[in-house]
Design a protein around this ligand. Structure first.
Ligand code: ADP
Ligand code: MG
Length: 390
């Protein structure tokens, strides 16, 4: 009967067992901006010393990777994201988060140096043509563009399967979701009937076979991000930006679908530190709500809690899949080395330390046919072949 064909199909598609996968945690120390006292000393590719200003002895923290101040964008990409790209091409989901206080280097890692917006001196000031991220030299290019280029080179070198790459890019600002590829009004989250799959209604997904087009979409999208000056950093972005790169590969067994989430989180500093007032204070409260929720999720997962609450913020609802399973996840925690940033640096190191003990269950190569109604074409023909034999 149709019913038994259906369950047969499912068990074939998920025949490989789930494997335990620990969340990978890297810490990146950005270059010091001034010749002052430091609170961080990197002692190896996996550990650093934190100095609390002489109150107690320097404390050692260990992570999967620690990047030094002069480690290149390429090194960071190869260590953290390149392995995930291979998984995504094999039909797995993967995610990279950039975490850290404002000014610690998150956007630099994810996108590269972003030209500073000059304060507007006059309404009639001519538009500055130099404010264009395409000026970024190739060695400074960040993870988002590197991942896209890498995916396209893999696809071009493997002629066996036909692939489809589509991207979406959104920001969460004051708990509102905005499409960065097609800026407009706020978008709503939708859940499927079991609350398992979360989608953003009306979010544009752009399919392209041109890497140039993707890269220019991305740079344009980034310009649409909400930028607001705060006391902590003039060009700080108070929003979380999520890039999703979906790869569908047609194989003889069905279509494999993998998705890579690349997330540039808003600054993790406390609202009171940035002397926020009014509108900005409200933003601070929302940012804290999303990051607090993310912190609670991480605490719950690392402590092995039976029930983890993802519902407290848009950020955690969207990232549920990335954090709770069927996904390889890398967190890159960013810290500033100057001792004046000591408190934020400590907070980030502790947060990253907790994230270090999360494990997620990863299922190998899931065919998207699994999510559609069975029997699929493949199994239908298999079934009719078997019928012919009887
Ligand atoms: P965030 O996004 O965390 O607020 P940014 O990425 O904007 O921080 O970084 C703050 C400043 O430090 C920027 O001027 C950026 O270019 C610079 N910076 C950050 N990380 C690095 C790095 N690894 N190498 C060189 N410059 C960096
Ligand atoms: Mg930033």
């Amino acid at each position: 009967s149709g019913g038994s064909n259906s369950s047969q199909g499912r068990s074939i598609a998920t025949a490989q067992p789930a494997q335990e996968e620990r969340l990978v945690v890297a810490v990146r120390v950005r270059p010091s901006m001034e010749a002052t006292e430091r609170c961080i000393e990197v002692i190896s590719g996996g550990s650093l010393l934190y100095d609390d200003g002489g109150k107690s002895r320097p404390r050692q923290y260990s992570y999967d990777h620690v990047f030094r101040e002069n480690d290149s964008q390429e090194q960071v990409y190869k260590t953290t994201t390149a392995p995930l790209v291979r998984d995504v091409l094999n039909g797995l989901n993967a995610a990279v988060f950039a975490y850290g206080a404002t000014g610690s280097g998150k956007t630099h890692t994810m996108l590269g140096p972003v030209p500073r917006k000059k304060p507007q001196t006059s309404d009639r000031a001519p538009p500055t043509a130099s404010c264009d991220s395409t000026d970024v030299s190739s060695q400074d290019i960040g993870l988002m563009v590197r991942a896209i280029e890498d995916i396209f080179s893999h696809i071009e070198s493997a002629e066996a399967y036909s692939c489809r790459v589509s991207i979406s890019y959104l920001e969460i600002y004051n708990e509102l979701i905005r499409d960065l590829l097609n800026p407009g009004g706020p978008l709503e989250l939708r859940e499927d009937h079991r609350g398992q799959r979360i989608t953003v209604a009306g979010l544009s997904e752009i399919t392209t076979s041109s890497r140039k087009e993707v890269v220019s979409l991305l740079l344009k999208g980034n310009k649409a991000r909400t930028m607001e000056p705060t006391a902590a950093n003039q060009t700080s972005s108070r929003s979380h930006a999520l890039l999703s790169i979906m790869v569908q590969a047609r194989t003889p067994l069905g279509t494999k679908q993998g998705r890579l989430f690349l997330t540039d989180l808003a600054g993790s500093e406390r609202a009171k530190k940035t002397k926020n007032r009014g509108k900005r204070l409200q933003e601070g409260a929302h940012i804290n709500r999303s990051l607090l929720a993310l912190g609670n999720v991480i605490n719950g997962l690392s402590g092995g809690a039976r029930y983890v609450n993802y519902r407290d913020s848009k950020l955690t609802r969207l990232l549920k899949e990335a954090l709770s399973g069927r996904c390889k996840t890398v967190m890159i925690a960013h810290v500033a080395p100057e001792s004046k940033h000591r408190d934020e640096t400590k907070n980030t190191l502790v947060y990253a330390d907790r994230a270090n003990s999360i494990t997620t269950k990863l299922q190998n190569s899931v065919y998207i046919d699994e999510f559609k109604d069975f029997p699929t074409k493949h199994y239908q023909s298999l079934v009719s072949e078997l019928r012919d034999e009887v």
